[in-house]
Design a protein around this ligand. Structure first.
Ligand code: COA
Length: 248
């Protein structure tokens, strides 16, 4: 356990807060493990009726830790990101996100699995996969085109063009854009509103809206195969090394 993920239950709402602000909440493997545990526990608990993902002021999540990517490329690390993604898809409770700032890579793609997303007016959403020699993950290659259409998904996922908060709202990733200082409160209130509804009716309605999740799980698997290959590529290794060396 580290304090890089803080898990707090506020009544029927579980808050999972990424807490590595000095690295803009880039996710390490222990952080993925903690988030997976917190999700699975909440999913199985009758006492929890909604889950909020939150970050730090100015930084929701800078994506996976690029140092970990490099270790994985060199064979020194077996990534467990897919376990987190499976937990995200299989989780039974409504997911709310409080995006207080930058959301990069999985920081953006995990939002495609959320049910209600609140973003700061200053938040930005970016998926620079190809620039890193990588490919989209978290079933974003399936969900993003469904959500926003192929051309917008291509600009975001393949060209790596970032979206401002209002653009993310127009693309259907975000529900509400609010002042940065209000993001956590607005998200928590939305979670409490959901938690106050009859849980059985919410669960069945949510499941109907999400449809058959087998395709999503299969896509995560297919992406994983390509992602693993891409991690080993010269393109990816060069990009990771350049990022890690950029300030030296
Ligand atoms: N992995 C590892 N470290 C990361 C990181 C990541 N994904 N994102 C940020 N960091 C680290 C930086 O290296 C820096 O560390 P340092 O202070 O020890 O040098 C620290 O977090 C702060 O980041 P910095 O770049 O100085 O902040 P910024 O506000 O100028 O830029 C980002 C923020 C997120 C735009 C920029 O850090 C970035 O592009 N990160 C990479 C994001 C990414 O590509 N993620 C993977 C997607 S698949």
């Amino acid at each position: 356990m580290t304090d890089q993920v803080l898990v707090v239950d506020d009544g029927a709402v579980r808050i999972i807060r990424m807490n590595r602000p000095e690295k803009k909440n880039a996710l390490t493997q222990p952080m993925y493990a903690q988030m997976t545990r917190a999700l699975n526990e909440a999913s199985a608990s009758a006492a929890i009726r909604a889950i909020v993902f939150a970050g730090a002021p100015g930084a929701f999540c800078a994506g996976s830790d690029i140092g970990d990517f490099l270790k994985a490329a060199e064979g020194g690390l077996k990534p467990i990101t897919v376990e987190f993604l499976n937990a995200l898809v299989r989780n039974q409770k409504p997911l709310i996100a409080a995006v207080g700032g930058i959301a990069v890579g999985i920081g953006t793609t995990m939002l495609l699995h959320c049910d209600y997303v609140v973003a700061a007016a200053t938040a930005t959403f970016a998926t620079p996969f190809t620039r890193l020699g990588l490919i989209p993950e978290a079933a974003s290659s399936l969900l993003a085109p469904m959500r926003m259409g192929h051309t917008r998904a291509f600009a975001m996922l393949v060209m790596g063009r970032p979206l401002a908060a209002e653009q993310a709202k127009a693309a259907g990733i975000v529900n509400e854009v609010v002042e940065a200082a209000a993001v956590d409160d607005v998200a928590l209130n939305a979670a409490r509103e959901i938690a106050a509804l009859p849980a059985g009716a919410v669960a069945v309605s949510r499941a109907l809206l999400r449809g058959n999740l087998d395709d999503v799980l299969r896509r995560i698997d297919t992406e994983r195969t390509h992602f693993k290959d891409r991690l080993q590529s010269d393109e990816a290794r060069a990009a990771f090394t350049a990022f890690l060396a950029r300030k030296t």
